[in-house]
Design a binder for this molecule. Structure first.
Ligand SMILES: [Zn+2]
Length: 95
Protein backbone atom coordinates (compact mmCIF):
# COMPACT_ATOMS: atom_id res chain seq x y z
CA UNK A 1 0.00 0.00 0.00
CA UNK A 2 3.04 2.27 0.07
CA UNK A 3 4.84 4.08 -2.71
CA UNK A 4 8.29 5.00 -1.48
CA UNK A 5 8.96 4.96 2.25
CA UNK A 6 5.75 6.38 3.71
CA UNK A 7 3.56 7.69 0.89
CA UNK A 8 0.26 5.86 0.75
CA UNK A 9 -0.68 4.83 -2.80
CA UNK A 10 -3.83 6.24 -4.39
CA UNK A 11 -5.20 2.74 -4.81
CA UNK A 12 -4.55 -0.72 -3.33
CA UNK A 13 -2.57 -2.70 -5.90
CA UNK A 14 -4.31 -5.95 -4.86
CA UNK A 15 -8.02 -5.10 -4.55
CA UNK A 16 -8.18 -1.61 -6.04
CA UNK A 17 -9.47 0.04 -2.84
CA UNK A 18 -9.35 3.81 -3.20
CA UNK A 19 -6.87 5.00 -0.54
CA UNK A 20 -6.85 8.68 -1.48
CA UNK A 21 -9.36 9.57 1.21
CA UNK A 22 -7.32 8.11 4.08
CA UNK A 23 -6.47 10.58 6.82
CA UNK A 24 -3.80 9.01 9.02
CA UNK A 25 -2.25 12.47 9.44
CA UNK A 26 0.49 12.61 12.06
CA UNK A 27 -1.09 9.90 14.21
CA UNK A 28 1.45 7.24 13.30
CA UNK A 29 4.37 9.55 14.06
CA UNK A 30 2.91 10.48 17.45
CA UNK A 31 2.42 6.83 18.36
CA UNK A 32 5.93 5.87 17.27
CA UNK A 33 7.47 8.86 19.10
CA UNK A 34 5.67 8.05 22.35
CA UNK A 35 6.28 4.30 22.22
CA UNK A 36 9.87 4.36 20.97
CA UNK A 37 10.75 7.33 23.19
CA UNK A 38 9.57 5.50 26.29
CA UNK A 39 11.42 2.31 25.33
CA UNK A 40 14.67 4.12 24.49
CA UNK A 41 14.62 6.17 27.71
CA UNK A 42 14.15 3.01 29.79
CA UNK A 43 16.96 1.30 27.87
CA UNK A 44 19.23 4.33 28.29
CA UNK A 45 18.69 4.31 32.05
CA UNK A 46 19.29 0.55 32.15
CA UNK A 47 22.56 0.83 30.19
CA UNK A 48 23.70 3.76 32.34
CA UNK A 49 23.07 2.04 35.65
CA UNK A 50 24.32 -1.40 34.63
CA UNK A 51 27.42 -0.50 32.65
CA UNK A 52 28.09 3.16 33.55
CA UNK A 53 29.60 3.80 30.10
CA UNK A 54 31.26 7.10 29.21
CA UNK A 55 28.88 9.72 27.84
CA UNK A 56 30.02 9.33 24.22
CA UNK A 57 28.68 5.74 24.23
CA UNK A 58 25.17 7.09 24.82
CA UNK A 59 25.71 9.79 22.18
CA UNK A 60 26.68 7.15 19.60
CA UNK A 61 24.45 4.26 20.68
CA UNK A 62 20.98 5.83 20.93
CA UNK A 63 20.81 7.55 17.55
CA UNK A 64 22.00 4.29 15.96
CA UNK A 65 19.24 2.38 17.79
CA UNK A 66 16.48 4.99 17.54
CA UNK A 67 16.60 6.17 13.93
CA UNK A 68 16.32 2.77 12.18
CA UNK A 69 13.73 1.65 14.74
CA UNK A 70 11.61 4.72 14.03
CA UNK A 71 11.79 4.10 10.27
CA UNK A 72 10.92 0.43 10.74
CA UNK A 73 7.97 1.20 13.02
CA UNK A 74 6.45 4.00 10.93
CA UNK A 75 5.19 1.85 8.05
CA UNK A 76 3.24 -0.69 10.13
CA UNK A 77 1.94 2.12 12.38
CA UNK A 78 0.69 4.15 9.42
CA UNK A 79 -0.75 1.05 7.75
CA UNK A 80 -2.57 0.19 10.99
CA UNK A 81 -4.09 3.68 11.18
CA UNK A 82 -5.29 3.52 7.57
CA UNK A 83 -6.76 0.06 8.29
CA UNK A 84 -8.50 1.37 11.44
CA UNK A 85 -9.97 4.26 9.49
CA UNK A 86 -11.18 1.85 6.84
CA UNK A 87 -12.75 -0.33 9.56
CA UNK A 88 -14.38 2.36 11.67
CA UNK A 89 -14.92 5.37 9.42
CA UNK A 90 -15.45 3.66 6.10
CA UNK A 91 -17.94 6.26 4.86
CA UNK A 92 -15.18 8.88 4.87
CA UNK A 93 -13.21 6.57 2.59
CA UNK A 94 -16.12 6.52 0.18
CA UNK A 95 -17.55 3.11 1.10
ZN1 LIG B 1 -6.49 -4.11 -1.08
Amino acid sequence: MFRGLLDVRDQCEVCGLDLRAHDAGDGAAVGVILLLGAIVVVLAFWVEFHFAPPFWVHAVLWPVVTLPSAVLLMRPAKAALVALQFRHRATEMGL
